[in-house]
Design a binder for this molecule. Structure first.
Ligand code: GP9
Ligand code: MN
Length: 635
């Protein structure tokens, strides 16, 4: 190194040598950090390779900024960028030790997170952390001790251009391979740890900056006058509660069971002469259970998180990405915070890591008192684990003691994971033969559904044994389809009919079962969707909702709106379906007669307006201008 910077004739190479050395050092340092300090769930050769390669592109690119400067400043800039990258890396290491999560810009500016951490910084520090800065010290030494040699350093155009081109090539290959392994990685977000795993620490920082900037610009443009139009709209759509049901579950506990990937066609379905979900089928027939057989999921890219978003807020998920991720810092008036005023303690139970879908952030905004994520469960036995966390049986088993820590009445949600795509399961746990369509996902689907059904039965046995069954309302809902329309050929064999557009829309039905002790049950054919759950549940609990900004209506109300919007503007209703730009007659499944277009157009315009208003609330973070008791708050 000394030679390189001292020999006047090869000063060009001299700086290039230092640049390449710096790239190599930060690359390896970052790789080792990503491998050893974070729990990223790296699986398979491709992911291993991406983890190794991903810091290289950003190191080459970021440090190449130095080439833009002349003389001494070139070296100074290299040192500055290098130091900033190190600080970014090391702060994330510290933050991760405390929160098992990565830093996001809003967490720095908007929450108490750093306050929580500041006192514990010394406790988190390890002497070996000094190693993070040895290379920084070395570069600073070079800059200071050899400053004379850097005075006339020139690199010309060729080297920087090659460096940047190489950096871009590596980064785009990296992104291409990452998207191949995890389609929609950047659009849907999933989990911060996925971005770090696939794209590396520094690209994650860029991703986070872009996301934060997008969210805050839409937010900055909104003001309190925007909420008035929305209030007028939601008030005009309000549906009076049905007096026969209002308050039937007053003061009772609430348990939501989030039935992963469960579709309505499974109810009473028989495979090889056996019921697939015998326990859910028996609940459908339970005298105190209402089963909604025309209930649709309305999720989009946010999948599970969209379902949760709707049922907690009666706001639609966003057309792109997950509102849990992009709007996780918004002000919400979600079920847990509404029910807090009625003396409820709220908690979520989920055997996966708390950062998935940004839940650890958004649940706070929803007003949840507790979030029992994977860290509250024993996840050490690999036999108990599914791809997205603890399998349902051990999950419910271990949840019992956690549930018992809550004062009553409680509002809780249990998120299951075993029945998740690709529906693979240990053979020992299988209690029903596969289907035989030859399409693997479809064939496996029934085995994990059966397992989930058995897990729910075990949990109900517990509810009965403890007496909770007598004072608890249990709401079970499917979150989204499990079998996508790519599998319609196999699905035609399963349901015994061709999957036409109308049949395909009906495959988007997910089960909704509401059990309330003492309530008269039965099958309810009302058309509705996940957006309608919150007003339905609140009214059963005897909570008025006319002041709330809700986009759904109570399924049990005589005024309930039976037009069910899908996120892309399509809809279904008891008479007309609008699918991919075409209208269908629901009863015949044929294209709609032109004489009815006017009505269909009107329905479509209403659907689009509704989605549009909901998006305004979410994108503009408009609930910050509105109090739970119905007052506009001006800034
Ligand atoms: C992960 C789980 C799955 O924690 O809820 O989410 P999904 O992939 O179904 O959206
Ligand atoms: Mn899901």
């Amino acid at each position: 190194m000394k030679d390189l910077v001292e020999k006047k004739g090869i000063q060009i190479k001299g700086f290039l040598g230092i640049y390449l050395l710096a790239v190599l050092m930060i690359w390896l340092k970052t790789y080792i950090t990503q491998l050893t300090q974070f729990n990223l769930g790296v699986e398979g050769t491709l992911q291993q390779f991406l983890l190794f390669i991903n810091p290289l592109g950003s190191a080459l690119l970021f440090l190449s900024v130095a080439f833009l400067f002349r003389g001494k400043s070139k070296m100074s800039m290299l040192v500055i960028v290098y130091t900033l990258m190190t600080i970014l890396l090391y702060s994330n290491v510290m933050y991760y030790r405390f929160f098992s999560d990565f830093i996001t810009l809003p967490t720095i500016f908007q929450t108490q997170n750093f306050g929580d951490l500041s006192g514990g910084v010394f406790a988190l520090f390890r002497p070996s952390d000094l190693l993070y800065f040895v290379d920084v010290a070395f570069l600073i030494y070079l800059r200071v001790a050899k400053k004379e040699q850097f005075k006339q350093v020139k690199t010309g155009f060729v080297m920087p251009v090659i460096a940047v081109a190489f950096a871009l090539m590596i980064s785009s290959t990296n992104l291409f391979l990452a998207e191949k392994d995890r389609p929609d990685l950047l659009v849907r977000g999933f989990d911060r740890s996925y971005i770090v795993k696939y794209l590396g620490m520094y690209n994650y920082a860029i991703y986070d900056t872009v996301k934060t900037a997008e969210a805050s610009s839409e937010r900055a443009l909104a003001d309190s006058s925007d909420i008035t139009e929305i209030i007028n709209y939601t008030k005009s759509n309000y549906a009076e509660p049905n007096p026969e049901y209002f308050g039937l579950a007053k003061d009772m506990n609430v348990i939501y069971l989030h039935l992963e990937s469960m579709q309505t066609f499974l109810i009473d379905y028989e495979l090889h002469g056996q019921q697939v979900t015998p326990f859910l089928n028996s609940l459908v027939k339970n005298e105190n259970t209402l089963f909604f057989d025309n209930f649709y999921h309305q999720t989009a890219q946010g999948k599970t998180s969209d379902a949760e978003f709707m049922l907690e807020n009666s706001l639609y998920g966003l057309p792109q990405g997950s509102a849990f991720i992009t709007k996780g810092q918004n002000t919400y008036q979600a079920a847990p915070s509404i029910l807090k005023d009625y003396g409820y303690t709220s908690a979520v139970f989920h055997g996966n890591g708390g950062t998935f879908w940004n839940r650890n952030v958004v649940y706070n905004q929803f007003g949840y008192d507790k979030f029992f994520d994977a860290s509250s469960y024993d996840t050490t036995d690999p036999k108990n684990m599914a791809e997205y966390g603890l399998l349902d049986k051990p999950f419910f088993e271990q949840s019992k003691s956690l549930l018992e820590t809550l004062p009553q009445p409680f509002y809780t949600k249990f998120i299951t994971v075993a029945h998740h795509f690709p529906y693979k399961m240990d053979q020992e746990l299988v209690t029903i033969d596969k289907a035989t369509t030859g399409d693997e996902s479809v064939d496996n689907y029934f085995q994990t559904a059966r397992y989930a059904d058995e897990a729910i039965e075990e949990f109900f046995t517990y509810l009965k044994e403890t007496g909770l069954f007598e004072n608890t309302m249990v709401v079970m809902y499917g979150d989204h389809y499990g079998i996508s329309d790519n599998h319609n050929k196999a699905m035609a064999q399963i349901i015994g009919e061709e999957v036409t557009p109308v049949v395909n829309a009906d495959l988007q039905r997910v089960p909704l079962l509401i059990y309330v002790p003492g309530m008269e049950g039965g099958v309810n054919h009302t058309y509705g969707g996940q957006i309608d759950l919150l007003p339905t549940v609140l009214h059963l609990l005897g909570v008025e909702t006319q002041n709330n900004i809700h986009f759904g209506t109570d399924l049990l109300s005589a005024e309930h709106n039976e037009v069910v919007p899908f996120r892309k503007g399509d809809f279904v209703s008891p008479t007309i379906y609008s699918l991919d730009g075409k209208y269908y007659d629901r009863s015949t499944g044929e294209l709609l007669d032109a004489s009815q277009f006017e009505l269909a157009d009107q329905m479509k315009a209403n659907v689009e307006q509704k989605l549009n208003y909901s998006d305004k609330v979410v994108n503009g973070d408009l609930l910050r201008f509105y109090s739970k008791d119905g007052k506009v708050i001006s800034e």
